[in-house]
Design a protein around this ligand. Structure first.
Ligand code: NAD
Length: 259
């Protein structure tokens, strides 16, 4: 399917691996040129080169911590006039509700709420002036139903979701859509590290931890980055201009809710 976005430019944050990489690959497959970001250079350069070879699009890399003001400044300067912004960063560590101190909350808010807000504030005005833009924020299923051990994520993502709910409706009239994708469990490094925490806590093997988690997902498996990326590319397509301020769960049915 031609998504109608060939030749557009996207900034994809935290994109050297995992869900961000899935989004970058799907956008590249639709002919979108990329500015790809991650903290380290090695995996970022490897993923960027793979995408250049595979999809023949232009790819610029920016190694920077998107959670830091310096990183955001560098990304905004390098990205210039982007049509598409995919906000993403690593998720906060697990714990219990009494563990977290003020500094832990500030770190989570910086990465998973304030960084996407800063990039939207910087890049959405240009999209509005040009009359077309797409923003997709990668959040979490924890927005719809809290995940007890991820209290920091529950808080930061809820804050971002509130910001998007109000903002999306203020910019839609200029051809810019902002939506959130809510991943459930996907087979990425993040899922590995959460499963490793279960291994330590319960004394089971990694395979047992994965099987137990997969059994709780109606689809019976973890999601893949390419499935996730395809949903992102659709939300960034010319066909998604009437989808505004939505929160789309991609979780294999794991979140047991009616709407
Ligand atoms: P991941 O850990 O597999 O990938 C992380 C990617 O982000 C890497 O490319 C890494 O370099 C980059 N990154 C991390 N922090 C960064 C930062 N501060 N600045 C720049 N780059 C950074 O993670 P993932 O599984 O792809 O998850 C992406 C997001 O989705 C995370 O916020 C995660 O919490 C959330 N999420 C993931 C799952 C899942 O099952 N994978 C489920 C729910 C929510």
């Amino acid at each position: 399917m031609d998504l109608g976005i060939k030749g557009r430019t996207a900034l994809v944050c935290a994109a050297s691996k995992g869900l961000g990489l899935g989004c970058a690959e799907a956008l590249a497959a639709a002919g979108v040129n990329l500015v790809m970001n991650a903290r380290g250079t090695e995996a970022l350069e490897a993923s960027a080169e793979h995408i250049r070879q595979e999809y023949a699009v232009e790819v610029i890399t920016v190694a920077a911590d998107v959670a830091s003001e310096d990183g955001q400044k560098l990304l905004i300067e390098t990205a210039g006039e982007v049509d598409i912004l995919v906000n993403n960063a690593g998720g906060p560590p697990p714990g219990t509700w009494q563990d977290w101190q003020r500094e832990d909350f500030i770190k989570a808010l910086d990465a998973n709420m304030l960084a996407p807000i800063a990039l939207m504030r910087a890049l959405v005005p240009g999209m509005m002036e040009r009359g077309w833009g797409r923003v997709v924020n990668i959040t979490s299923q924890s927005v719809r139903a809290p995940i007890a051990v991820l209290g920091l994520s529950n808080c930061a993502r809820a804050g971002l979701t509130g910001y998007v709910a109000g903002t999306a409706r203020q910019v839609a009239g200029k051809g810019v859509t902002i939506n959130n994708l809510l991943p459930g469990i996907h087979a990425t490094d993040r899922a590995d590290s959460l499963d490793a925490a279960v291994v330590n806590a319960k004394g089971v093997t990694l395979e047992e931890a994965r099987a137990e988690r997969a059994a709780g997902i109606p689809a019976g498996r973890y999601g893949t980055r390419s499935e996730f990326g395809a949903a992102c590319a659709f939300l960034c397509s010319q066909y998604a201009g009437f989808i505004v301020g939505q929160n789309l769960l991609i979780d294999g049915g794991a979140t047991n809710i009616t709407i």
